[in-house]
Design a protein around this ligand. Structure first.
Ligand code: ZN
Length: 154
């Protein structure tokens, strides 16, 4: 039996690599690279007599190395897991959170872009984000979500 075929048989009924696994793989890689970097910094500090700084970088090395290894074990576990439905549910939750974060990031970017022309604020009753043109003095705002009416300065 060829290797590919054997691998295919082995992976049958297992979760395999999904978006969450890929993300965890990247996180663990970044942590392990950071750990190498911190070891390097710690050595540099030691040779220059900065013992406290060397210790701090040593601790950072342990933290990032430990975390990177744990995440790596977890993603390998996810990829080979036979509990596919549970892993898929985890992946769906992850994708949902990622989308939410992306939307939040996009809206913050937009907010920053038109910070000079629009004022952004939250409805004091329901927290809905609202924007209004700047330099209009005090205005009366009606919330689009809960119809709460309030006064704000622009
Ligand atoms: Zn509201």
């Amino acid at each position: 039996m060829k290797f590919r075929e054997r691998l295919y048989r082995f992976m049958q009924g297992r979760n395999g690599v999904d978006a969450l696994t890929k993300f965890m793989n990247r996180v663990s890689l970044v942590c392990l690279i950071a750990a190498v970097f911190f070891t390097f910094l710690s050595l540099v500090c030691l040779t220059h007599g900065g013992n406290t700084a060397a210790l701090v970088f040593r601790i950072l090395y342990y933290v990032f190395y430990g975390f990177g290894i744990i995440v790596m074990i977890l993603w390998i576990f996810r990829a080979f897991s036979r509990n596919v439905s549970k892993r898929q549910a985890e992946n769906t939750r992850f994708l949902y959170r990622q989308q939410k974060l992306n939307r939040r990031f996009a809206s913050l970017k937009q907010q920053w872009k038109d910070r000079k022309t629009y004022k952004y604020f939250k409805c004091p009753q329901c927290g809905q984000r609202i924007r209004a043109p700047r330099h209009k003095g005090k205005i009366r705002v009606t919330c689009s979500k809960c119809s709460n009416i309030f006064i704000t300065k622009t």
